[in-house]
Structure formats: structure tokens, C-alpha cells
Design a protein around this ligand. Structure first.
Ligand SMILES: C[S@@+](CC[C@H](N)C(=O)[O-])C[C@H]1O[C@@H](n2cnc3c(N)ncnc32)[C@H](O)[C@@H]1O
Length: 300
């Protein structure tokens, strides 16, 4: 990350001050094991090594949020700067609502359950964490228990990959409480695309299993499903949000919202080093999003 990029990070992001990679290995012994000490006293981290990335992610969550996290083998690896920018943007969107208690839904929480853990630990938000994969549910549940956040986070297995909120809301055990937001980092690639095997080489190792990274129609169709279900459950969730990994998909989603006559929408961009993400929020409630939170761009 460059200095100018760091300056443009969300104003409340603690990672605006770059981590001290020379001091952190002294404090965190598992992280120390994957670092290389150079002759001039500096420390190198191999971002192409999956095990190293796991230890880095675990160390960052522990150092900055006192969160102890384990990841399922081969599962999707969260980076803290990006996850934090998304949570901070949500804080901005929710602020005008002046809520005493906040309830959110984490669509596709992954094995780390990272968004729910951050939201609960940092803000004491109540979270419903949903995922399809059994192993992700097991790890997510253990991560919640490891951090003693059971009173704030409920983990629920999504039985049907074609639905988003429906199977939970229609289940007899579902809470009758309303939710104030949903957060989502959708599977990005189209499982039917022949280009999947010809993805460009990345400078860092790509983590995540096929089931976590792909779905029918890729992120566009996944988000279109969220939009469709948002129309069914407009009274159950105040602000719907999602992330997109591909810039050219943003206008497609905005066009889809327009086609569904949903005009109350906002976008933001997150730039973390070489990783760019594009977020959309929409609401059926006039008091939400409407007068506040202009479209924003955050870089880190
Ligand atoms: C890209 S990963 C994101 C993981 C985590 N939220 C993060 O940002 O690090 C997408 C996740 O969505 C889950 N998923 C896919 N389809 C889903 C569905 N219909 N309902 C809930 N989760 C789903 C996958 O199993 C995977 O864990």
C-alpha cells in the first residue's frame, strides 16, 4: 500500500496507520514462524503462501480486535482492511437512524464469520450469520464460541443455495425481530463460465474453495437474487447492502435496481492496494439512506 492510498482510507480505519511488521512478529509467535528476518533487520512476509496469509489474517484480527479466529482448511481468507472499511461504511449508513440496538444479517459468513465477529465485537451489533457449506457453519460457530459472542451472533445453515433470506425467514424458528441491514461478499465467479480455469495470475495466492468463489451466474445473479428477495422482505430489513468484486458489474446492478423501481440507492468504492471492491446499498424506507451518505470512495 502506498502512503497516498493510506491517506484515502476510511477516516476511522485503524489501518490508516500501517502495521509495524518488524514489531508484530515479536508479539505474535505463530506469525513470527511465517516471517523472514532480513539481514538489515526488516521482516519479509510471503504473500504468495497460503499458510502465511492465514497466520497474517489471524494475527491482524487478534492484534486489532482481540478476535481469536480459525479458518477451515482451504477456505476463503479475509483481509482486515477491506472488511473493516465495509463495517465502517455500514456504521455511516446506520448513524442517522440513531438505533439503540442494531441487528444485521451476514449473507455467506464463511468459515471465519469475519463480518459478524467484527460487527459484534466492535459495535455490539446482533448478527445472524448464514452460509451454505457445512464446514463453514462448523468453523463459524466455533469462532463465535472462541470469542464468547454467542449472545450476539446466531449462525444458521442455509439449506437452499438458490435462496438468500427466504429459508431463514420462512423457518418456524426464525426470530420475528426486524433487521437493520444485511452485509454480503458474494461468490464472485460464474460456475458455468469456461473462463474460470483461465483466470489471470494474481500477485498474492488466491484462497477459497470453488463453492465459496462460484455460483450460478456469478456475483451479478447472486446480487440480483438479493434484490428480488429484498422486495419480498422490505419490511424485515431496513438497508440491504452488498459488495461487488468486478467494476463492470456495478452498472449492471444499478440498472437492475432501476428496472425494479428501487431508486433509493447508494454506492461506495474500496481500494486496498491492488484489490478494488464496489458496494451498493438500497432501501425501501425513506428515512434510511435518503438524505445522507452521498456516494463515496475510500482507498487503502
Ligand atoms: C466469497 S465467500 C465470503 C466469506 C466471508 N463473508 C468473507 O467475506 O470473508 C462467499 C460465501 O457465501 C457462501 N454462500 C454461497 N451461496 C450462499 C447462499 N445462497 N446463502 C448463504 N451463503 C452462501 C459461500 O459458502 C461462501 O462462504
Amino acid at each position: 500500500m502506498t502512503r497516498s492510498n493510506l491517506k484515502n482510507m476510511h477516516p476511522r480505519n485503524v489501518l490508516r496507520t500501517p502495521p509495524n511488521y518488524t514489531k508484530l512478529p515479536i508479539k505474535h509467535k505463530d506469525f513470527r514462524r511465517v516471517c523472514t528476518l532480513n539481514l538489515n533487520g526488516t521482516v519479509s512476509v510471503d504473500f504468495r503462501n497460503e499458510h502465511t496469509l492465514r497466520e497474517l489474517a489471524k494475527m491482524m484480527l487478534l492484534e486489532y480486535f482481540d478476535l481469536k479466529v480459525e479458518f477451515a482448511p482451504g477456505s476463503w481468507m479475509p483481509t482486515l482492511a477491506l472488511r473493516l472499511n465495509y463495517v465502517l461504511w455500514l456504521e455511516d449508513l446506520l448513524e442517522p437512524l440513531k438505533l439503540d440496538t442494531v441487528r444485521g444479517i451476514d449473507i455467506g459468513c464463511g468459515s471465519s464469520c469475519v463480518y459478524s465477529l467484527l460487527a459484534a465485537k466492535k459495535n455490539k451489533w446482533h448478527m445472524l450469520a448464514l452460509d451454505l457449506k457445512e464446514i463453514n457453519i462448523e468453523y463459524a460457530q466455533k469462532n463465535v464460541e472462541r470469542n464468547e459472542l454467542q449472545s450476539l451472533i446466531e449462525v444458521h445453515q442455509q439449506p437452499d443455495k438458490t435462496t438468500i433470506f427466504k429459508s431463514y425467514f420462512e423457518s418456524p424458528n426464525a426470530t420475528k425481530d426486524k433487521f437493520h441491514f444485511c452485509i454480503c461478499n458474494p461468490p464472485i465467479f460464474d460456475s458455468n463460465s469456461p473462463n474460470l480455469t483461465r483466470r489471470p495470475a494474481s500477485r498474492t495466492v488466491r484462497t477459497g474453495s470453488a463453492e465459496e468463489l462460484t455460483c450460478e451466474g456469478g456475483e451479478v445473479e447472486f446480487v440480483q437474487r438479493i434484490i428480488e428477495e429484498s422486495m419480498l422482505y422490505k419490511e424485515r430489513v431496513t438497508i440491504f447492502t452488498t459488495m461487488l468484486g468486478v467494476k463492470s458489474n456495478l452498472p449492471k446492478i444499478l440498472d437492475y435496481l432501476k428496472a425494479k423501481n428501487i431508486s433509493n440507492a447508494r454506492t461506495t468504492e474500496f481500494h486496498q492496494g491492488r484489490t478494488n471492491r464496489y458496494n451498493v446499498a438500497w432501501s425501501f424506507h425513506k428515512e434510511a439512506i435518503g438524505d445522507t451518505a452521498p456516494n463515496q470512495k475510500f482507498c487503502c
